[in-house]
Design a protein. Structure first.
Length: 135
């Protein structure tokens, strides 16, 4: 389906499943979806095992990330270096470790790249956290 074929007066949910094994040329074909989809009423959901493996353009357009327990700590650090100041990384890593160790199987870290409120940037499930983030 082409983006131009979608009716912008309707809301469309598009789920893109993990492209970790695909090459850059294949992924490039979807760039327009990340650039122009909102104007067409399309909400994108990306399911991936490795955020840092996604093209930079795609990552820059992601407003919300849900991180389940089990992410490689090195991958988590790489992702956080792109999303927050260095001073915040140990605090977010501690929150994620707490979620992994004490949370239920359904718990997750929600990373909100859209909000301006510090307490809403990194949440345990949907609950705000006050982990002392630096602006």
């Amino acid at each position: 389906i082409h983006l131009r074929d979608i009716n912008p007066s309707e809301t469309t949910l598009c789920v893109i499943d993990d492209f970790v094994c695909d090459d850059a040329k294949t992924l490039k074909k979807l760039d327009n979806w990340f650039i122009a989809s909102r104007r067409q009423g399309v909400q994108l959901v990306i399911i991936t095992q490795k955020d840092t493996a996604l093209p930079t353009l795609w990552r820059s357009q992601i407003g919300y990330r849900i991180v389940k327990p089990g992410v490689n700590p090195e991958d988590m650090l790489r992702m956080l270096h792109n999303l927050t100041q260095s001073a915040n990384i140990p605090k977010v890593m501690a929150l994620y470790k707490q979620i992994c160790e004490k949370g239920k199987e359904t718990d997750f870290l929600l990373i909100d790249s859209v909000t301006k409120e510090l307490k809403l940037k990194f949440r345990w499930n949907y609950r705000p956290t006050d982990i002392g983030l630096v602006k």
